[in-house]
Write a protein of this length. Sequence first.
Length: 286
Amino acid sequence: MLFSGRNIYNEKPLMLNDISENCKTRILNRFNVFFKIQLNVVSSIYILNILWDRLGYKVDLDLYELENEDIRDLLMNKINRIWYAQQWYTYYDILEMILSFSVSDSKLIGGNEKEKISNFKNDVNKIFVEENIGYRIIDNQVVNITTEEEINEIEKAMDSIFDSVNNHLEKALSFYSDRKNPDYKNSIKESISAVESMCCIICGKKVELGKALGKLEKNGIYIHGAMKNGFQALYGYASDESGIRHGGIEDKEVTEEDAKFMLVSCSAFVNYLKVKFNKMKENNNG
């Protein structure tokens, strides 16, 4: 930490629903280095052109009579000129657009380039931390979750061999992180569905949480009674007749804090169940 930070001369307020001028400039600096130096010129042109189009600007076809390096540089200059004139949320949209190419099916974006895009994400997250921005990038989406422990639980839960679990968590994150029209109720539904999918994997069929926990215990995996009751209560919040999944709770009653709690808690729960499931398989194979 620099002198000003150690001596509280440069305290930065937490930024939510906004972005500081410092952060805009630092992201632009990283943007320019990334496209000019790190990414190959063909990939740069491909991504920059799509960015320019999605931002609502006319694509100049005369550009494509130039050499590749000149096309890239002109597109970069265009974006640099309009950079500071955007709405606060557009900067986060731009980041999500760039990061989406890390999973793109385009033949122009190879494996090495996708790895560079992933590194770009890590650099931007570091800027967010240093500038005290109240967002982090998780699964290529800018999300209002900032603690490392919460981020790690979500990323770990989504990084598994179980596609059904991953898909539900991705949807939960997407509903939660939609800055223009967040859907906290469906985010909670998807978070709970991820737990349910993990239970189905443990039991080999569609079951409720209690039966999945019971199967773990029958196979020698002990779960403390108080912890089991807590899990059951969390599951019941969304799944019983008066819960979210059955329309017992109105949309307006479901808050951002509720959805965030359930996303993080269900991710941690999925990780817990995965560890226990692996131990069960080891015991059975042993």
